[in-house]
Write a protein that binds this ligand. Sequence first.
Ligand code: F0G
Length: 468
Amino acid sequence: MPLPPYKIKVVEPVLVWGRETRLEQARRAGFNLFQIPARFVAVDLLTDSGTSAMSDRQWAGMMRGDEAYAGSDNYYQLEQAVRQIFGFRHVIPTHQGRAAEHLLFSVMVGRDDVIPSNHHFDTTRANIEVAGGEAVDLAVEQTDDLGSQHPFKGNIDLARAERLVRELGRDRVPLAMITLTDNTGGGQPVSLENLTAYHRLLDEHGIPLFIDACRFAENAYFVREREGAHAGRSILDITADTFSLAEGCTMSAKKDGLANIGGFLALREEALARKIKERLVLYEGFETYGGLAGRDLEAVAIGLREVVDEHYLAHRIEQVAYLGERLRENGIPVLVPFGGHAIYLDAAAFLPHVPRELYPGQALAVALYLESGIRSVEIGGVMFGKKDPETGELLLPRHELVRLAIPRRVYMTEHLDFVAESLARLHERREEIGGFEFEYQADVLRHFTARFRPARSAPKPSKISIED
Ligand code: F0G
């Protein structure tokens, strides 16, 4: 692994609790890891969002927070960073990524519109649906094969995209999206070649492309490493080429902004920016702060410049791959190629004796917490499963995954070894791990607040179907 291009100045304690305390916490939380207080978590791999360690320069920048209501200096720093890195003229700050999505779709998407992407992230999909539209996922078919070694599993299936835009045209497709990297598909990158072809297709139909840019720097790194034509180019050059194809981007600075809060919407066109700023004032704040403090804007402005550093990215991507490699060595089923921000465990293969209707992903995530206080997130039947309101049939997603998301600049190799060893131990005695059933679930986004109990028996299999 490359030398970490940073060293430690401030440390935060990791409290290590005994198994009994963890069991008590898990019971209290209804076996839902979202409901466990973070102080009872030893290694927190729930998300890479908002969990980065900030640099000394970012902390120093926060002291320069200019908390003027209008026109704070930090806004202009952010504007300049976004203009230079992404090439968009109009920069609209928001409190996080989903606020940028809400603003964009509430202005551009209407009833019965259809918005394609490789995979929409959940909040993107929800914001499109709230605006009356339909979010359609069109990633290449290799994405569905967890073992496929395709280097760009985040790519768009161009044939399907073409069919969609030919059939519906600009009238029904007011904009198209693409997510860099494709989080839902496993943190997988999109090639510049694929993005260029997607843009060409959209352009022929007069449809503007918007990029969900959350992990843009990680994507650029993969392009450089895996796409021959771009080998050896700088991250900034690749990023400039990437965003030159788009009309704008939505950004959660909690990922590749290396900040703990913040986001923005960046746009090429003035008329659209003006319309969106009218809404910004209504929902987020004045146009130069968008719901953030001046110090937060500064942290994002500096974070964006740090994240495109080649040494940082090399270490980041290799650190994630290191964990993946250690798991693979121990025979643990993982999604390949390894993602940019996370390793995804194939929980259905890890726990083949736990039927899908008893949520093997949930079972594995809870078992890992009980074993060693490691928090992961289930991305499977709990998160995406639905009950058909008419037939009562349980509809489950194709895959049952557990994501180990790696916060940026936070954990050391020893932490990752600890995770790998814990999972190896669990894998050896996987037969002892049983499934879960719901005790309580909300109608929407049930995974955040659900309560579970260890399952006694499986529901009748005839009531289940799995997406194909
Ligand atoms: N788009 C992608 C691809 C994301 O991964 C996220 C957040 C968002 C948009 C929304 O950004 O949280 O700032 O509002 N993903 C986090 C995760 C929550 O854990 O993957 P936000």
